[in-house]
Structures are given as C-alpha cells and as structure tokens.
Design a protein around this ligand. Sequence first.
Ligand code: BG6
Length: 507
Amino acid sequence: MSMIKDEAAVIILFGATGDLAKRKLYPAIYSLFREGQLAKNFAVIGVGRRQLSKSEFYAHIKNALELFSDYNVDEEFNEFVSHFQYLSVDIHNTMEYQELLNLTLSLEEGYNIAGNRLFYLAIAPELFEPVSFNLKKTGLLDNKGWKRLVIEKPFGKDYHSAQDLNHKITQVFNEEEIYRIDHYLGKEMVQNIEVIRFANAFFEPVWNNRYISNIQLTSSETVGVEARGDYYDQVGALRDMVQNHMLQMVTMMAMEPPSRLKAEAIRDEKVKVLRSIRRFESAEEIHQNIVRGQYNSGEIQGQSVSGYREEENVSPKSNTETFVAAKIMIDNFRWSGVPFYIRTGKRLPQKATEIIVEFKNLPNLYFNKQKTLEPNLLVIRIHPEEGIHLKLNAKNPGTDGTILPISMDFCHKNTVEGRTPEAYERLIKDALEGDSTFFTRWDEVSIAWKVVDPIIKEWSNSDFALHHYRAGEWGPLEAKQLLERDGFKWWPVYGEDPNRRKKECSL
Ligand code: BG6
C-alpha cells in the first residue's frame, strides 16, 4: 500500500453562504492555499439554498476574506477563487443532487483528482441525516477514492438524540469516515498540551495528585448571544460549551500517555478520562458542584449592555444558563482528590481561554512559616495571547529572605516565527490528510453526554436555582464560593490583573 497521502480532493461545502463558511472556512482554506499547504489540484463546490451567479459567489468569498483573513486579498486571490464553483441545491430534493454529482465528476476530471470527496456540512444538525441519505441515494458516495464527512456541533441535544443521529449517519458513513469538529481541539495551545506534558521532564513526573492541588479551566467571553438567540435559548452554556469544548480540554489535561501518538490511541486515553469523571446523580450533588448563571444587564468595557432575557429571540422568562462553573472529580489513581474547576460564560469581563495548574505547597520548613508563600502555577494560555506562563518563588534581591513571586513566560508571538494557524486551518488540513486525532470519536461524544445529561435533567425543573450576575462580572458569587469552600480561589486570567499580567507578551 502506498504511504503517500492523497490529499487532492473535491471539497463539497454545504452551507456555503452561511456564517461559519464566511467567518472561518473561507479564511482557513485561503490561508492553507497561501501557505502552499493545499494540493495544487484542489476544488471546492459551495452548496447553498440561494441562487448565486459565479461572480456573486466570488464576491461573497472575497468579502469574507477581506473581513476575516490574515492574508491580503491580492493578485493570488484570482487563482484561489478559480478553484471554487457554486451550486444552488434544495437539500431535501434528491433530484437536485444529480447536478452536484455531475459537477463533482467534471471537476475530478478537470483537476485530475482521483475521486476523493470531502463533504463538509456547515449546516443545521437536523439536516445531517437528509443530506447524508441523499448523497448516498444519488451515487455521490460511489466514488473511487476516499470519502469523508465533516460535521459541526451540536451533535445531538442529549445522549439519546446524539445516539439516534449517530445511528442514522453511520448507515451512510463509517465511524472512520466521520470527522466531528470540536474547534477547540484545533487550537494551537490545546494541541500543545500533550507536548508540554509528554516532552518535558519537569512536568510529567509531577502531573498527578501528589503535586497538583487543583486545575482551573476558564473560557470566558465578553459577547452576549449575538444574533443566535433562537439557537442559544434552546441550548445554554452547558450544551454549547461544557459538553464539548470544556470536557475536551479536561481530557487533554488528564489523559494518560497514549501507547502511540496515533489518533485511536490518543482517543482511547481521552475516553478513559471521560469514563472516570464522577457522575452527579442527585439534585443535591448538582447543587453543590455546579453553578448555573444567567446575565442581567450591566457594563462591559465601558459599554452598557442589556440582560439575557432582553436579547433578541430569547424568551423574557428564559431560565437558560449563560454561565456554568463546575467542580469535576476524576476518580482514577492519578487524579483522585484533585478538583478540576471549569467555568464558562457570556458577558464576562474578558475574552480569555486559559488553563491554570496550581501546585501543592512545599512543607512549611523554611520560607512558608507565615503561610504566605504563593503556590507555583503553570498557566497554559490558549487565547488571546498563546503561550505558557510559570509562576515561581524567588528571593527578592537585596533583602533578607523576602520571597518574591516571579514569572517565566513563553509567548508564541515573540518566540515562534510565522503566524499561528487558526483552529479551522489545522482541522481542514487534518481532514484532507485523514488524520482524525483532533476530531471527536463517537464514544467520546456519547460519554460526554452521559456526564451532562443528569444535570440537564435536574435543571429542566424550573425550581432549580438559577443565579443571576451582572454583565461584566465574573459570574455569580456562587462560582467564587465553589472554590472558597475547598480553600482555593480562581486565579486571575489574562488581562484580569493588570499588575501581574501587563508585561506578558508585550515585547
Ligand atoms: C462555539 C459556541 O462552539 O464556541 C459559541 O457555540 C462560542 O457560543 C464559541 O462563542 C467560542 O469559541 P472561541 O473559539 O471564540 O473561544
């Protein structure tokens, strides 16, 4: 069997005029093109409901790149866009797929592509099933090369609906052909977690409950629900962020070293972590370990903003959470007794994604008699500035044993040449190369649903506590108390503490 990866493919992009394509997918494909990372003979068919002429479609792509690409839209744009075609298809009308098949075949012939097809469904999840079946019925999957399906979240709204969806699409595509996107896994620093852990002699030996006291994972946003009120009000932060992105980051931090650096071996280890997460069964346990919040009106970075219930397409009586903080316990030998605190929310003071590992203090023999010594911290900064920050203790020069917290910083932008690729660039390239490491396998998705399902169930009871917070604050007070009860505190994230952080990445 040849070991050369055959990446040249026709990308069939459903949802070509949608928001995701505009903000993320065209800019990602353009960056790959500019960096010479795409096969020379790639082709893209944009599929949408609207009727668009070729020039209108090209103008749409151009506009997307002007708004969202890191690269200039210059003379190379014409060559880039010449690889794109547009087709208006009624997704439910099987007859219309015939034209899609004809166009795919003619592009394969024109570009000399060996029948490889990447179906990217940037559309509402309820359409995954009809599209998959129609692709099959019309012979679009009877190709000679490989076929892959890339799908966006949400994958179901609970375990049963996810299982049902999975059952349907696996009648058409094999598990190995399904690439479920969790875009957090495409983020450079999330991928860097395994390198930080497994390539550094001073981290791996202390990466356990003997040396780590707790781990804090924050993904905070300043935006509200924007134009997505109708979607978000049905979903809430638990399904939108926790079931996928937050739990995925937990698994990357907690997994055992894989037997090999291969997709299945890595995903096997992540599944083990998910299985070891302690499930909350009773309302009482959920009360104690999870905080559900919703923003009221307030102020963000000097601007007044309205409350969640006043947002467009949100019910004025909505109990949907826009904030979740939780204490997660992983019941295995490595992590027994170490809380993983997660928090995520909209309308918080900073946009930041960060993981902070707090180490246990050394015995109080010398420098910590007054118990004022701050613990060592390892901060993995995922957004906005990518990097690693270590907080250590050192002697204050010239003093007699006064201890000063000092920091060591590694900032991508100051250390690594070139730009850091966007999550979608990496993921599209991986899908074209057939590398599914940073996509979620069905067992990961299903166990993650089993972790959050009991919480969803309890929260559907309208009496369950919903704590309100002012927009621009770090969620409700209860989120603070969640850690205080255990003798911990949330460490400030990037930009939150100007004194501590202002020098970071400022070179
Ligand atoms: C998406 C959620 O998956 O992630 C959004 O649906 C959220 O609600 C977004 O805003 C956050 O992603 P990022 O990359 O900006 O942290």
